[in-house]
Design a protein around this ligand. Structure first.
Ligand code: 3YE
Length: 218
């Protein structure tokens, strides 16, 4: 059975959706947040999921913070890490010892990466946006420099398209992409992983995307 370590900085709605839905039988072994006030912590506790808070204190650099998260995760068994609104860029210090790490991004990557995806979508005037679940790959140089172009750039597992309508505002897109896009794409990606259909070998990811004509998550 696939066990997930979830990481979130805010509400963690995708993580809670995964836990309620249990795609492919997967469930959360632990929820980690870097923010002690993140609403996801209370929501996880209500579902009897263990929680860990690992703040980056002033005396810690990025790598020390990541090592502290690794330490906190030592007590748990999981075979997948799932980011959901986790507001940190991760380095190899964290990623190398971890199993496959996934992230969900609220646009159809490689278009519109970064923090302001919905704003970029509206500015570009495109007719279709969506959600992307991708593998998280290193985006920090050894000296700690952020490699911005490497963020949201890992191999794509699955995507769900969402229409953009005339008059849409960022809040409309945010909601539509979350509930109709991310809530389908993330469970699908996790189910495929649980079914052994995602093979990650270094930077090479092979995904069997054939669900026989239709995605059950629709
Ligand atoms: N890490 C890697 N690759 C990825 N994290 C996320 C996606 C993703 C990833 O594809 N390696 C906020 C945006 C982060 C930010 O810029 N944070 C900076 C500074 C934070 C601060 O000043 O407090 C940072 O160093 O993390 C998830 C989305 C990350 C978005």
């Amino acid at each position: 059975m696939t066990r997930i370590a979830g990481m979130a900085s805010n509400r963690g709605r995708n993580l809670m959706h995964l836990q309620d839905r249990r795609p492919g039988g997967a469930n959360l072994a632990v929820v980690v947040s870097n923010d002690p006030d993140a609403p996801v912590l209370e929501k996880a506790r209500k579902r009897d999921i263990p929680t860990e808070v690992v703040e980056q204190t002033d005396d810690m650099d990025r790598f020390e913070h990541e090592r502290a998260i690794l330490d906190a995760l030592e007590d748990y068994e999981f075979d997948l890490v799932a980011l959901d609104g986790y507001m940190r860029i991760l380095s190899s210090t964290f990623l190398d010892p971890m199993p496959t790490t996934l992230n969900v991004h609220p646009a159809l990557l490689p278009a519109f990466p970064g923090m302001d995806a919905h704003e970029q979508v509206l500015d570009a005037g495109v007719a279709v946006t969506g959600a992307t679940v991708h593998v998280v790959t290193n985006a920090v140089a050894e000296d700690g420099t952020l490699l911005e172009s490497e963020v949201d750039a890992g191999p794509v597992i699955t995507q769900e398209p969402i229409p953009v309508y005339e008059g849409d505002e960022e809040s409309d897109l945010k909601e539509r992409v979350l509930y109709e896009g991310e809530f389908k794409a993330y469970p699908r990606a996790v189910r495929w992983f649980a079914e052994g259909r995602v093979d990650v070998d270094g930077d090479t990811v092979t995904v069997d995307r054939d669900d026989g004509g239709a995605f059950p998550e629709r």
